[in-house]
Design a protein around this ligand. Structure first.
Ligand SMILES: Nc1nc2c(ncn2[C@@H]2O[C@H](COP(=O)(O)OP(=O)(O)O)[C@@H](O)[C@H]2O)c(=O)[nH]1
Ligand SMILES: [Mg+2]
Length: 251
């Protein structure tokens, strides 16, 4: 089994991408299991094969510990790690080629508490990759682009797993798509845009950008839309390539 973890800010399109990628891989002849790791998920756009909500019930957490909705979400996120055995058992019953993990809407519940990094590092898998979604609607300015790239780098620090940067919901960018993609391919274009946008924040933005480039943090974006399905060919190709590289390095 090879594992794909979907991460990104709330509303960046993780769940819909999960529902799009799973049938994409199965149409190509692979077996796929979708895993919902969000105990607070409601109205998922797919029927998860493995569902943390079968093991953790948010309303019982609220009642048992007298917590409000936010406290319960945090507590439930911490409980996810205690259910790793059940998740692994359910996955081994399915024995898929790929497991696609949909993570909680709020990225901090997954990446910045201990459960998420624990699950990613511990789950039995031949190779792992993390998709980090740059939400198109959040990166229409150069400064915002850099701040999302910084978040992606921070999540890479937490999850310590190779990352693929995805420009999600690409159909919502309209004519700005080319500009955003040019920033992702050429840091000097991004730096010029930063300068034009705001001389006030340029110093900070450009130092962050240079540090990311120097650290070799790749943020070449794979633009994808779960609605128009544009970009799925290139995205699935890089996922497959990244995962087979991961297998080689673990041998
Ligand atoms: N236009 C468009 N909308 C999308 C796309 N992906 C997700 N959405 C919508 O964006 C919203 C948030 O998506 P969701 O998958 O729930 O995000 P999550 O919080 O990251 O899991 C939902 O209303 C989705 O229908 C896309 O590629 N294009
Ligand atoms: Mg979601």
């Amino acid at each position: 089994m090879r594992s794909i973890f979907l991460t990104g800010t709330a509303g960046s399109g993780k769940s819909l991408l999960c529902s799009t990628l799973a049938p994409w891989f199965s149409d190509k002849g692979s077996t796929v299991a979708t895993v919902n790791l969000d105990p607070g998920a409601s109205n998922l756009p797919y029927e998860p094969d493995v569902d943390i909500r079968d093991f953790i019930d948010l309303s019982s957490v609220m009642d048992s510990y007298a917590l409000g909705p936010n406290g319960a979400l945090i507590f439930a996120a911490d409980l996810v790690a205690t259910r790793l055995e059940e998740i692994e058992q359910a996955l081994s019953d399915i024995n898929p080629d790929y497991a696609i993990f949909d993570t909680p809407g709020q990225i901090e519940l997954f990446a910045y508490r201990n459960s998420g990094p624990y699950i990613v590092s511990t789950i039995e898998s031949e190779a792992k990759t993390v998709l980090f979604l740059f939400d198109s609607t959040l990166v229409s300015s150069a400064t915002n682009f850099v701040s999302i790239a910084l978040l992606g780098a921070s999540i890479q620090l937490r999850l310590r797993t190779p990352q693929i940067a995805v420009l999600s919901r690409r159909d919502l960018l309209g004519p700005n798509l080319g500009r955003v993609l040019s920033w992702s391919k050429d840091a000097s274009k991004l730096e010029s845009a930063l300068f034009e946008e705001s001389r006030y924040t340029y110093e900070l933005d450009s130092s962050v950008l240079r540090s990311l480039v120097k650290a070799g943090i790749g943020y070449e974006l794979y633009p994808v839309s779960s609605v128009t399905r544009e970009g799925l060919v290139a995205l699935s190709a890089i996922i497959t390539r990244q995962l087979s590289r991961g297998e080689e390095s673990e041998e």
